[in-house]
Design a protein around this ligand. Structure first.
Ligand SMILES: *Cc1c(COP(=O)(O)O)cnc(C)c1O
Length: 404
């Protein structure tokens, strides 16, 4: 089947929940993808911050093949060695105490919400259940996590939504203070908002949130489903701020393309869960965890985070030069290889034009071009992407209302 045949069959048989571009990828290698018509693309999106080591990485392929030959899955009624090993690494890297495994970001956040409520009920009092989240946040699509998500467009039509969530304006400490009440038990945020437009928490804001949580006895939950696992040049984005959460969630990059989610908590907060309180049939099985182990060990053993930082700084410098050239570029945002270019033009049009030129990027909120390239991109690949964007911007400038 070629691209248009797959798209036509998809429209007939697959539920219409995505605004899909009319092509399908069949093969990947490094930072490159090939579609069903044989066209080649440089991938600056990594399957939405997932394929952090690119495609067909030999270390991942080997880990999956070897584990599949031994045992893929046993239930959590028994210990799983690979789960224990990845838990140890994540605990040591994060400074937290215990890990729980599931299969996605939304599930990791569900686990965080349940743990926060359960811990708060038993240790802080019956009335403590409310979790405050922020404007432009994204925490997932299950009923609880879509309610936690501070964007009404994702919630419309799904009410009644679960109770027990409050909302404050991101990067506005005074607003957060005004929203905390007798029922509040936790504050949940992405240190760098992804879907909301690559918005980093201001250091003074995040420090203020930490102090506020400590003073009021509230749990601090960081959703690092998108920004975690080396994406910002540190294993966890909060390490750029020197602020430790009580609960941390991970997913996207954790196993480089294999589905997995994780929720970590301090030893104290982890006591909120006992046997029977939470579970996941697939969560943390041998195949998922050996893949995650291969990813994390590769990142740690090969100075990958230094490379992320180098490439991120290089790209930001180059995008800064484009900003000087095109007045419709408003801002360059982000950390490491989580980069946003805010434009005052139709961002979706830029995405389409880039795709035609063989570059995969994405647009959030209509105005922020989001780039989440694999950690292994080379300087030549970075130059190629900048060149394509330069060409697309030039084309847009030529037919836009912004004269040079
Ligand atoms: C993608 C994302 C989620 C949801 O993850 P899924 O695996 O799609 O359920 C949650 N939080 C953040 C910050 C995300 O970027």
């Amino acid at each position: 089947m070629n691209n248009s045949e797959i798209a036509a069959k998809g429209a007939a048989y697959v539920m219409n929940t995505y605004n899909r571009l009319p092509l399908a990828f069949e093969k990947g290698e490094g930072s490159w993808l090939w579609d069903a018509d044989g066209n080649r693309y440089l991938d600056f999106l990594s399957g939405l911050a997932v394929n952090c080591l690119g495609y067909n990485h030999p270390v991942l392929v080997k880990a999956i093949a070897e584990q599949a030959e031994k045992v893929m899955h046993t239930s959590n009624l028994y210990w799983i060695k690979q789960q224990v090993e990845i838990a140890e690494i994540l605990v040591k890297q994060s400074g937290l105490g215990k890990a729980f495994f599931c299969n996605s970001g939304a599930e990791a956040n569900e686990a965080a919400i349940k743990l926060a409520r359960k811990y708060a009920r038993s240790k802080m009092g019956e009335g403590k259940y409310e979790i405050i989240t922020f404007s432009n946040s994204f925490h997932g699509r299950t009923l609880a996590t879509v309610t936690a998500t501070g964007q009404t467009k994702y919630q419309k039509g799904f009410d009644p939504l679960p109770r027990g969530f409050g909302y404050a304006v991101f990067n506005d400490l005074e607003d957060l203070k005004s929203k905390i009440n007798a029922n509040t038990c936790a504050v949940m945020l992405e240190p760098i908002q992804g879907e909301g437009g690559i918005n980093a928490a201001l250091p003074e804001f995040l420090n203020g949130v930490k102090d506020l949580c400590r003073d009021k006895g509230l749990l601090l939950i960081f959703d690092e489903v998108q920004c975690g696992i080396g994406r910002t040049g540190k294993m966890f984005a909060y390490q750029n701020y020197g602020i430790q959460p009580d609960i941390l969630t991970l997913a996207k990059s954790l196993a480089g393309g294999f589905p997995i989610g994780a929720m970590l908590a301090s030893d104290e907060v982890a006591t909120g869960f006992g046997p029977g309180d939470h579970a996941s049939t697939f969560g943390g099985n041998q195949l998922a965890c050996s893949t995650a182990l291969a990813v994390i060990n590769y990142i740690l053993d090969n100075s990958i985070m230094e490379h992320v930082l180098d490439m991120g700084n290089y790209l930001k410098e180059k995008f800064g030069q484009l900003r000087g050239k095109y007045p419709f570029i408003r801002d360059i945002k982000g950390m490491g290889l989580m980069i946003g270019i805010e434009v005052e033009t139709d961002g979706n049009k830029v995405v389409e034009e880039c795709l035609k030129e063989g570059l995969i990027i994405n647009c959030v909120g209509g105005r922020v071009l989001r780039m989440l390239p694999p950690y292994i991109i080379t300087r030549e690949e970075a130059d190629l992407a900048v060149g394509i964007l330069d060409g697309v911007f030039a084309k847009i400038q030529a037919c836009s209302q912004y004269p040079q």
